[in-house]
Write a protein that binds this ligand. Structure first.
Ligand code: URA
Length: 209
């Protein structure tokens, strides 16, 4: 079973409170999401491997650590996932960014991919799928399916807020994909919104509500 990591750093939790607040305006919402994404990037990279190299300080030669292993790729799910990309790139500027667009098929009610563009070396990268809201899990599962069908085998999922239903669905569909969230909320309502959640993440990020 995959890991569920709740990033409970006090700064993340503090900022998340104002992200949730319906009185927070679009500019502040966007800035807070960006900041939380940076802080979560710190948590999600906690286990990446290190190599030892020699470095010459002004005083002596010493052994020192550098990150090794796979390079990172970010894969935001359009459109709300875009709001977390820049915050992560501040800590991992070498990451390449792919995009996946999913829309609900009116007949099957399942997410249908309408756009995908990945770095050519995506299969060799540690891919972080980004979607602020993990509600039913349908979009995240579809995005991960799509990456796996393209030979990508090292994938993590980063969300701001998750519903228990979404976590369960992703863990069942993709037991190899660790999930990083800032909060695990109570439930989904009848319209598929996370309760208490923050409303529609895309609308609040882009001022379309
Ligand atoms: N997507 C959102 O933007 N908000 C929710 O609460 C659920 C899905």
């Amino acid at each position: 079973m995959s890991k569920l990591v709740i990033c409970d750093h006090p700064l993340i939790q503090h900022k998340l409170t104002f992200i949730r607040d319906k009185e927070t305006n679009t500019k502040d919402f966007r800035e807070l999401v960006d900041e939380v994404a940076t802080l979560m990037a710190y948590e999600i990279t906690r286990e990446i491997p290190l190599d030892t190299i020699q470095v010459e300080t002004p005083v002596a030669v010493t052994n020192a650590k550098v990150v090794s292993g796979r390079m990172v790729g970010l894969v935001p799910i359009l459109r709300a996932g875009l709001g977390m990309v820049d915050g992560i790139l501040k800590l991992i500027p070498s990451a390449k960014v792919g995009h996946i667009g999913l829309a609900r098929d009116h007949e099957t009610l399942q997410p249908k991919e309408y756009y995908i563009n990945l770095p050519t070396d995506a299969p060799n990268r540690l891919l972080i799928v980004i979607d602020p809201m993990l509600a039913t899990g349908g979009s995240a599962i579809a995005a991960i399916n799509s990456l796996k069908s393209r030979n990508c085998d090292q994938i993590k999922l980063m969300c701001l807020i998750a519903a228990p239903e979404g976590v369960k669905a992703v863990q069942e569909a993709h037991p190899d994909v660790d999930i990083y969230i800032a909060a695990l909320d109570e439930r989904l309502d009848e319209k598929g919104y996370i309760v208490p959640g923050l409303g529609d993440a895309g609308d609040r990020m882009f001022g379309t509500n």
